[in-house]
Write a protein that binds this ligand. Structure first.
Ligand code: DAH
Length: 347
């Protein structure tokens, strides 16, 4: 029995030492010796036939054998490779680091910041309003009654047919929302998204951005409007930029104007060029429309509880995409919304 024990121990230890490091190979050796029918287990079974006087010594030897084989297997397993797994993570500290691309703000956001910063520098503050509006604020408080034809151009996305909630078609409703809660004098600019049921093409989108302006006080005049807007035009499009006001109509301003700047592409030379080489931007007119403006209609003041005999004010509204398109020479409004990094990374 002693010889058998020694023999099994020798075989087991040399087999373990010679085995590959694969976990499966080591497991096979463990089963061969320590499994239910393994060589070590069989020796334990033979203990029954060992004379009682030798039992303690045999027991000790067998336990020592079992421990020796178990320890050797455990040690081997610690260095083993489980199938398909890397044992150690290899780090090459001489490799260059992984550089991650840094994002930046969208050209429309950038343009909004630029417009607002400019107006803030002359005393305006930035205010925002809801994108989901009521007919009351989107139309009625702005003197656009239900039957008014100008409502057609604005007729927009109603949230449920027959209900009074809609996606605002312009940022002008923030004018009356603000006036209801604040007393003049004040000057605000209001950036935000607006929605119109326009078919999408190179110059139209069902969603775009506007910046609204409103200044109300004691003795605010049309010349104040002109002053503020000409600072804006020169800041945005360069110091040589000229501006002109054309009479127009908006229900919430009286008088109203459409404001043009001298063409940023041909620099006003459009009219002089022959028809063949007409400026592609202004079509030879020399002027480009950039916004709508006017003096706040007294009816709007009445709707928010101001006394139109005591206060006057000017308002304006511009499309941000249009400003960005002119400033950066972009040909298609859809580029802003396609999320193509080749386009966006240029700003
Ligand atoms: N709300 C007008 C639009 O979306 C733009 C506008 C025109 C705003 C004149 C004004 C304004 O505040 O005075 O077309």
């Amino acid at each position: 029995m002693k010889d058998q024990i020694r023999q099994v121990q020798e075989n087991a230890l040399s087999e373990i030492a010679a085995s590959s490091n694969e976990a499966a190979a080591i497991e096979a050796i463990r089963i061969k010796y320590l499994g239910r029918k393994g060589a070590v287990t069989e020796l334990f079974k033979n203990m029954g036939s060992v004379p009682a006087s030798e039992k303690p010594e045999m027991g000790q030897l067998l336990n020592a054998l079992k421990n020796a084989v178990t320890d050797a297997i455990d040690e081997k397993l610690r260095n083993s490779t489980a199938a398909g797994e890397e044992t150690l993570e290899k780090i090459d500290i001489t490799l260059p680091g992984i550089s991650r691309k840094q994002g930046h703000i969208h050209p429309i956001t950038k343009t909004i910041y630029e417009i607002c910063d400019m107006f803030v520098s002359i005393g305006f503050r930035v205010v925002e309003g809801p994108e989901i509006e009521t007919e009351h604020y989107n139309f009625e408080t702005l003197n656009i009654p239900l039957e008014h034809p100008s409502r057609d151009a604005f007729d927009t996305f109603y949230l449920k047919s027959g209900e009074k909630y809609l996606l605002r078609s312009h940022t002008s409703p923030v004018q009356t929302r603000f006036m209801e809660k604040n007393k003049p004098p004040f000057a605000i600019v209001v950036p935000g998204k607006v929605f119109r049921p326009d078919a999408t093409d190179a110059s139209h989108s069902f969603m775009f951005h506007q910046v609204e302006g409103l200044a109300v006080g004691d003795n605010i005049k049309f010349s104040d409007l002109k002053g503020a807007l000409s600072i804006f035009a020169k800041q945005m499009f360069g110091p040589d930029t000229r501006m002109r006001f054309r009479p127009s109509f908006f229900p919430f301003t009286e008088p109203s104007a459409e404001v043009d700047i001298s063409c940023v592409l041909c620099r006003d030379k459009g009219q002089e060029a022959s028809s063949k080489e007409r400026c592609s931007l202004c079509g030879g007119k020399g002027w480009i429309e950039i916004l709508g403006a006017g003096m706040v209609n007294p009816k709007v003041f009445e709707k928010v509880g101001y006394n139109p005999k005591k206060v006057t004010g000017f308002a304006f509204g511009m499309g941000v995409e249009r400003i960005a398109i002119l400033k950066y020479g972009i040909e298609d409004i859809r580029l802003f919304f396609e999320n193509d990094v080749r386009f966006l990374s240029q700003f």
